[in-house]
Design a protein around this ligand. Structure first.
Ligand code: HEC
Length: 125
């Protein structure tokens, strides 16, 4: 009887220990990554300013509201006055605010355009 108990115990322990073992863990859901081809020239007028329209940024960021002023005609000058460091998106408050702080939930493609535009020198093009 004792022997039978031991056999049962010995066969049950591995079952309990290894029953939740997975060879493969479910893959983590990766964040969408958008890569703008290096040869693409991102235009402030055609690519960046429209993002401010799409997301209604001027609802809060207008001439009398929260800085930076993102209204058409003023956005470039206002952004270059401290919110964008040409050539360096990672230290640019515009990019940090949108990409890292998740301000207004801007889509991945728009963020990639803003990043490339800044890293390419933030021209008024
Ligand atoms: C509902 C109002 C509202 C809207 C819409 C809005 N913002 Fe803002 N934004 C704010 C407020 C309030 C602040 C200041 C507090 C803060 O930093 O979150 C701010 C701050 C900022 C800053 C400055 C961050 C800093 O480091 O000083 C930037 C750049 C900015 N917003 C960009 C945008 C852009 C681009 C959009 C559109 C995609 C947008 N905001 C839409 C309210 C808004």
């Amino acid at each position: 009887m004792k022997k039978l108990f031991k056999i049962v115990l010995v066969s049950i322990i591995p079952l309990v220990l290894f029953s939740c073992y997975y060879d493969e863990f479910p893959e983590e859901i990766e964040e969408e990554e958008v890569v703008i081809p290096p040869e693409t020239v991102v235009s402030f007028a055609d690519d960046i300013a429209p993002i401010f329209v799409t997301y209604n940024c001027t609802q809060c960021h207008d001439t009398s509201g929260q800085a930076p002023d993102l209204t058409a005609g003023n956005a470039y000058t206002s952004l270059l006055a401290g919110y964008v460091n040409p050539g360096n998106s990672s230290t640019s408050r515009l990019y940090i605010q949108l990409a890292d702080n998740g301000h207004r939930n801007v889509d991945a493609n728009s963020l990639a355009l803003i990043k490339k535009w800044i890293d390419d020198g933030a021209e008024n093009n």
